[in-house]
Design a binder for this molecule. Structure first.
Ligand SMILES: Cc1cc2nc3c(=O)[nH]c(=O)nc-3n(C[C@H](O)[C@H](O)[C@H](O)COP(=O)(O)O)c2cc1C
Length: 181
């Protein structure tokens, strides 16, 4: 198994800001891994209809099998997430409930869009769950951008741009270090 990347944009909002972060990371990963020809896949949950996890029949939905296979195939999964009520949004949590064990041992990184600065640590509970349930390795640096970091015309601040660059570098370092190029 060689290093590969799955970026999942979990916001269901058509004008999502976290999706902008996800697209920037996708571009950075493609650029920086092109020699190694690493697989970099992007999934937008807006395009994947998923049932709410009921712990039973929902697991039989065909899109659950599709997402489970994508998660299973990737060595590093980057989750772009809106912060809702000091946590990840329900669509993100639901995805993990539905795909469960496929997350075992994955390297996982976070790109967060939020309204304000005060929700900075909101992904930690979710990250703890991934570590405890599935022994995921969480990238220690994550991108957190509040509303003031986003500029007109789908742009974002230079600071967030720098942060994204660092995030991409660190994801590649850890992923290739564990799985090879
Ligand atoms: C239901 C809901 C709850 C929210 N809760 C928080 C919150 O706890 N902390 C925060 O900083 N922003 C909160 N926000 C603002 C969103 O994080 C912000 O709009 C962000 O851009 C959403 O990501 P997205 O644009 O990718 O959908 C909330 C927004 C909604 C709709």
């Amino acid at each position: 198994m060689s290093a590969s990347y799955l970026i999942i944009s979990t916001s269901l909002n058509p004008s999502s800001r976290s999706r902008l972060l996800a697209k920037a990371v996708e571009a950075g990963l493609i650029e920086q891994t092109k020699e190694a020809k690493a697989a970099v896949e992007f999934v937008d949950l807006r395009d994947v209809e998923l049932p709410l996890c009921d712990g039973g029949a929902a697991y039989g939905h065909p899109n659950v099998a599709t997402m489970t296979a994508k998660v299973q195939a990737a060595t590093c999964i980057i989750i772009a997430v809106p912060i809702y009520n000091y946590n990840v949004n329900a669509a993100c949590k639901n995805l993990v409930e539905l795909t469960g064990k496929a997350w075992e041992g994955k390297i996982v990184g976070f790109l967060c869009a939020a309204g304000g600065k005060a929700s900075y640590m909101s992904v930690m509970g979710f990250a703890n769950g991934l570590m405890l349930d599935f022994r995921c390795l969480i990238l220690p640096r994550f991108v957190y951008a509040d509303r003031n970091e986003f500029l007109p015309d789908n742009a974002y601040s230079a600071e967030i741009g720098d942060r994204i660059d660092l995030f991409v570098k660190e994801a590649i370092t850890l992923n290739t270090g564990l799985y090879g190029k």
